[in-house]
Design a protein around this ligand. Sequence first.
Ligand code: HEC
Ligand code: HEC
Length: 193
Amino acid sequence: MRAWIVLLTLLTVSTAAPTAASAASLFEERSPMCLQCHGEKGVSETPETPSLGGMTPQFLLIQLYLFREGTRKVELMNEMAKGMTDDDLRTFSDFIAKLPPPPPPAQQGDPARMARGKALSEQNRCGFCHNPDYSGRDQMPRIRNQREDYLVKSMREYKNETRPGYEPTMIEVLRPLNDADIVELAYYLAHVR
Ligand code: HEC
Ligand code: HEC
């Protein structure tokens, strides 16, 4: 079995039995904060903060798990996931996954840059894993109409190996690509229609 499937299976089996009251209060306390940074309608207006609308619950669950364990090191999110039980991780990922996906930006992408980004995406089979329309599936995130600054940041961090990922897939994917390619891919994905 693939590693991420094993993890999801473990997280799906209810372990601890927190009282309903404590789980509810943690959710009531933190869920407004999630929406404040990530956007109430699934679209983030905060720099370098991802839009989470339309993400799969599997991807969200795995990333919250990585934040809680400190494997993915972002102090802010490590704090947010702190003290969450596996049940809490599921509650938050199911809640966030119901937000609507971000729409494409009002402004059309520059045709020459869009063509370059599309070609890079095809050469590197981005759509093979993230779906041909980049809507994401299973543990693979939606990258369609994500914030451009966040796409650049996340790819740079895989590339310089400061974001490990649950599996090193993206580190391998980005190995042959340089920073200019990353910038073009982010532009294309942020603007794709
Ligand atoms: C103060 C702002 C802030 C708050 C509050 C916040 N987040 Fe985040 N979140 C961020 C930032 C910034 C990142 C990107 C971290 C990075 O650079 O890798 C992030 C990343 C994430 C990711 C990874 C998404 C991806 O595409 O890689 C998930 C999932 C997430 N947050 C869920 C939550 C949930 C659930 C809550 C509430 C419990 C929450 N966040 C609260 C700022 C915030
Ligand atoms: C073999 C499958 C595969 C291919 C091919 C692939 N990805 Fe990914 N991608 C993943 C997985 C799995 C993750 C989540 C990894 C993790 O746990 O951090 C991911 C994560 C990402 C993220 C982070 C998004 C976020 O919200 O945190 C970006 C951006 C991304 N991929 C872009 C791309 C681009 C651009 C390409 C093509 C150059 C590509 N991917 C090709 C599997 C793939």
